[in-house]
Design a protein. Structure first.
Length: 56
């Protein structure tokens, strides 16, 4: 979760610096972090679900 937050915070700051018409909002960072965490949880779940299968 910390990696998702730090990465997305960096992206928001870079976008705010390079795109003057764009404003970084704290809710963007929170929602993007939650999306990153949800993706990581789903990915780990899929990995564990398919890691026990034998290959043909």
């Amino acid at each position: 979760m910390v990696y998702a937050f730090m990465g997305l915070l960096a992206i928001e700051l870079i976008q705010g610096a390079l795109l003057p018409a764009r404003t970084a909002v704290f809710s963007d960072i929170v929602s993007n972090t939650l999306g990153g965490v949800a993706g990581a949880v789903i990915g780990l779940g899929l990995r564990s679900a398919f890691s026990g299968r034998s290959r043909p």
